[in-house]
Structures are given as structure tokens and as C-alpha cells.
Write a protein that binds this ligand. Structure first.
Ligand SMILES: NC(=O)c1ccc[n+]([C@@H]2O[C@H](COP(=O)([O-])OP(=O)(O)OC[C@H]3O[C@@H](n4cnc5c(N)ncnc54)[C@H](O)[C@@H]3O)[C@@H](O)[C@H]2O)c1
Length: 300
């Protein structure tokens, strides 16, 4: 298949590119390098099966030109960071809302039937009860979550108005190699240099999921019929407190780092655990009961 991946030079996108190339698909990676890196994908660029376009999803014409002839769109490009989205609310709106609309419209114009959208647990905001089911109100707490809710709504509108099948996946916190600036890579960098680990608030409970599971689910979404029926959570279904995470990372690295607690940041969700009830009906990909199972691989 010929596959168009927005945000394909980023953390999740570049791992997805690795797997798609391994499975002999042809990929067009469309990324403005806002946070992505060419080094994440460059080993594929000498082959005919991968092409990189330094493009911006705010540019509708470029999207139409570059996605022509593709069979599937994975839409991953975004301001993917909660704090970044709060600091520059305009960029997150223009990229995550208008950009998502542009990617959908370009796909529809080019007759692309399958569209996979990376949404987030941030769509729910603060959970009324955990584990959180997909029918929980979408009460996003910050501009990142709001932009994902808007993206989801446009996906659903395109699905109902046009001949498109749209898969909406609400990821929990994804971790793995090549990521940076998020809690696990930050803690890892701290412990490797015996720097203190800073926890904001201290009450957070987070549902982590390995990049490898996420990529398997994304690839399955190319053909999975039920997945296009309504949004699906993709997480581990297990909550880990930030203290537990910090201790586990310290023990793995045998670090002497101390844990420092700073005041909570108001835009951050305190507790999230995904309900996997729908996931287990829709996907056959097994989730490891230990959400941090792939942590040791990040230390090697
Ligand atoms: N990593 C997570 O824990 C997580 C959780 C839930 C949802 N998601 C979603 O999954 C997707 C991928 O996330 P990620 O972790 O790989 O983040 P990432 O920041 O590594 O990847 C996003 C990519 O989008 C690109 N991009 C940003 N603005 C763009 C624009 N205007 N035009 C073109 N490209 C642009 C960036 O350069 C980057 O390569 C995002 O949509 C994110 O919101 C991620």
C-alpha cells in the first residue's frame, strides 16, 4: 500500500515508518520538523519505498499534491505537548484543529478511504471515574485536549458526510526510544546524571503504553473494520504513580537521585487509567500487564 504519514519524523511516526517499511509498504512522510528529526527516518530515505516531504499541514495545497495516489493516511502531526500547547495556543489551534481539517479535506479530495487519527487521553480531561470508558464526557482541561476533541469531531463529520472510514485512537502516555521532553525521557536523563527528579504535584497517576504496542495497533487499524466504528482507548489499563515511576527508573539505573516535589501544574490531568473494554473487543493485540515492560530497553 502507499501510505501518507503526517508527523512521520516524530517519535510515534518514525517508529511506525520503521514497521511499515519492514512490511514492504511505500510511505510518504510529511513533517515540518517542528519537533520531528530527519535522523529518525534518514536510514529509509535511500530506498525508493520512503520519501520525506518537509511540509506543513497548515498548507492545504501541499497536502493535496503530496498525498495524491495514497491508500491510507496516518495523521500524527500535531503540537503533541500539553505545556507547549498552553504556551503557544495559536500554534496548537492552527496545527491540531485547522491542520487536521486540512489533512481530512486533502484525503477526501484525493479519494483516500482510510484515515487513522491519533487522539489522546487528554480529550477526557479530569476523569469522573477510572478506568475511563470511551463514553466519558470529553471535558478536556487544556488547549491540547480541546484541539484533539475538535480533531475527533471533524473526523466523525468527514466519516458521515463522505465515503471515508476514520479510525480514532485515544492514546494514553506513549513511551519508547527517540522521545524527549516527556516524563519518562526527562526522568531517565535526570537519573543518568544523578540529578534530582522533579515531580509536579505528586498525586498524578498515569497510564503508560509502549511504542511497540501503539505501532502494532496503528498498523492493524489499516484494515480493522470495527475500529472505524467509534473511538477506542489504547493504553495499558494500569495506573502508575509518578513516585512509583521515579523509583522504578532510579532502581533500574541504580541512581542516587533524590525526588523533589514542586507545586502541581493546573493544566495537567491528575489521574487517568484507560478502560480497555472496547479495545479488547476491537483489537487482538495483547497488552503487557506491566505497562513499563519496555523501560529497560530505553536504558541500554
Ligand atoms: N506520545 C504520546 O504520549 C501521545 C499520546 C497521545 C496522543 N499522541 C498523539 O500522537 C501523535 C504523535 O505524537 P508523538 O509523540 O510522536 O509527537 P511528536 O511531537 O514526536 O510528533 C509529532 C510530529 O508532528 C510534526 N508537526 C508538528 N506540527 C506540524 C505541522 N504544522 N505540520 C507538519 N508536521 C508537524 C512534528 O515535527 C513531529 O514530528 C500526535 O498527534 C500526538 O498528539 C501522542
Amino acid at each position: 500500500m502507499k501510505i501518507f504519514i503526517t508527523g512521520g519524523a516524530g517519535f510515534i511516526g518514525s517508529h511506525l515508518v520503521d514497521k511499515l517499511i519492514e512490511q514492504k509498504h511505500e510511505v510518504i512522510i510529511f513533517d515540518n520538523l517542528f519537533r520531528g528529526k530527519v535522523e529518525n527516518i534518514e536510514r529509509h530515505l535511500t530506498a525508493k519505498s520512503a520519501r520525506f516531504v518537509n511540509g506543513d499541514i497548515r498548507d492545504f495545497d501541499a497536502l493535496v499534491r503530496k498525498s495524491a495516489g495514497c491508500d491510507v493516511v496516518f495523521h500524527l502531526a500535531a503540537q503533541s505537548n500539553v505545556m507547549g500547547s498552553v504556551t503557544d495556543i495559536d500554534y496548537s489551534f492552527e496545527t491540531n484543529v485547522v491542520g487536521t481539517y486540512n489533512v481530512l479535506k486533502a484525503a477526501q479530495k484525493n479519494g483516500i478511504k482510510r484515515f487513522v487519527f491519533s487522539s489522546s487521553r487528554e480529550s477526557y480531561g479530569e476523569a469522573q471515574t477510572v478506568p475511563v470508558k470511551e463514553n466519558h464526557p470529553l471535558d478536556s482541561k487544556n488547549s491540547y485536549g480541546a484541539s484533539k476533541v475538535a480533531g475527533e469531531k471533524y473526523c466523525q463529520v468527514f466519516q458521515s458526510m463522505f465515503d471515508m472510514e476514520v479510525v480514532i485512537l485515544r492514546f494514553s502516555n506513549v513511551y519508547g526510544s527517540r522521545d524527549f521532553g516527556r516524563v519518562i525521557p526527562i526522568f531517565l536523563d535526570d537519573v543518568k546524571t544523578d540529578k534530582d527528579i522533579t515531580i509536579f504535584g505528586g498525586k498524578q497517576v498515569i497510564d503508560f503504553i509502549s511504542i511497540h504496542t501503539i505501532c502494532d495497533v496503528l498498523i492493524d487499524s489499516i484494515t480493522n473494520r470495527e475500529a472505524a466504528e467509534s473511538p477506542t482507548n489504547v493504553g495499558s489499563g494500569t495506573g502508575i504513580s509518578l513516585f512509583e515511576l521515579a523509583e522504578r527508573i532510579k532502581n533500574l539505573v541504580k541512581s542516587g537521585s533524590k525526588i523533589i516535589v514542586e507545586p502541581a501544574r493546573s493544566v495537567e490531568v491528575v489521574k487517568y487509567i484507560a478502560s480497555l473494554e472496547r479495545y479488547n473487543k476491537v483489537f487482538d493485540i495483547k497488552i503487557n500487564p506491566d505497562p513499563l515492560c519496555d523501560l529497560p530497553k530505553m536504558i541500554e
